[in-house]
Design a protein around this ligand. Structure first.
Ligand code: PBG
Length: 327
């Protein structure tokens, strides 16, 4: 960069003197179209069920989910990502690729209702559907079996693509998942179904509230398949692999603690980079605001702006609808 004029000729505060000036020189702006709202839909629910660790977020019924999707359309939100909460789970996550499983039923409903106006995305992972709560199927020794899980993901992808969902969010962190799912989709003629790859997904304590949201049965953690928060180089390796395997969009998650990774990905990625402000990031802000310690609107906007400034062009956030409505 060229050297700027030093003080006292150069005075950066000059451009901060009025709201109009500050608005003119703003380098980053939030727009509803780049926000995606993650939502939960619970099988058999007769009324929305509040999630205590995420005040303001609920497990939807099919009907209330469609209403929420319509609110997203009205607010100009860019997309919606669906997570299913099944009433029964088993070792292989049978509900995940069952066309009548809650997630697939919900995807069909939402695509039909708002698919022309909102990008509908699916979570493609087994953890909501397995009784052990892991993102894949288990081998005899109890470890998560990577290659056997790929077959389950492929089957899940075909079931989701059949609902008309245009973007599948592969969040399981199995090696080779993008290439495997891409090949399965293409072989079945779903060449237009896009893949959003959770390329750099870190194991994180901030997923805590999500466990309640999907009534996860997980004991322990996902450290054998999700990334160690200590590693940045590894994130670029994951990113490169997913792009080479055909990812149409890549994502970094959680967003806030890993903004350096968002920036590094944005600097090299040939495809759009998304970032996911996860459940614990949401709940931290909500809880502090409830105590009157911080101003909710300001901190929400600042957190989203920081993710955008780091280089993400798409932001998944439980604040998407409230932020969009304010913008
Ligand atoms: C996997 C998945 C998870 C989240 C999104 N997809 C759970 C996990 O990896 O433990 C977490 C999202 C959040 O915490 O908001 N299905």
């Amino acid at each position: 960069m060229l050297p700027g004029a030093p003080f006292p000729v150069g005075r950066p505060r000059r451009l901060r003197t009025t709201p109009a000036l500050r608005r003119l020189v703003a380098e980053t702006r939030l727009h509803p179209a780049e926000l995606v709202l993650p939502v939960f839909v619970r099988e058999g629910a007769e009324a929305p069920v509040p999630i205590s660790a995420m005040p303001g977020v609920v497990q939807h019924t099919l009907d209330s989910l469609v209403e929420e999707a319509r609110r997203c359309v009205d607010a100009g939100v860019g997309g919606i990502m669906l997570f299913g909460v099944p009433s029964a789970k088993d070792g292989r996550g049978s509900g995940a690729d069952d066309p009548e499983g809650i997630l697939n039923v919900a995807l069909r409903r939402v695509v039909e209702a708002v698919g022309d106006d909102l990008v509908v995305m699916s979570d493609l992972c087994l953890d909501e559907f397995t009784d052990h709560g892991h993102c894949g199927v288990l081998a005899d020794d109890g470890s998560v079996d990577n290659d056997a899980t790929l077959e389950r993901y492929a089957s899940m992808a075909l079931a989701q693509a059949a609902t008309g969902t245009p973007v599948l969010g592969l969040s399981g962190m199995m090696d080779g998942q993008v290439g495997h799912v891409r090949a399965a989709l293409d072989a079945a003629g779903h060449t237009d179904t896009a893949i959003l790859a959770y390329a750099a997904k870190y194991t994180s304590g901030l997923y805590g509230p999500f466990r309640e949201a999907v009534q996860s049965s997980l004991v322990g953690d996902r450290a054998t398949y999700q990334q160690d928060p200590a590693n940045g180089r590894e994130a670029l390796r994951e990113l490169e692999a997913d792009i080479a395997e055909g990812a149409d969009l890549v994502m970094v998650k959680p967003a806030g603690p890993h903004l350096d990774v968002v920036a590094a990905a944005a600097a090299v990625s040939p495809v759009p980079v998304a970032a996911y402000q996860i459940s614990g990031e949401y709940s931290q802000i909500v809880a502090a605001a409830e105590r009157g310690w911080i101003d909710r609107d300001r901190v929400v906007d600042e957190s989203l702006l920081g993710i955008r400034r780091a280089g993400a062009s798409i932001v998944l956030s439980y604040f998407a609808l409230e932020a969009a409505a304010r913008l």
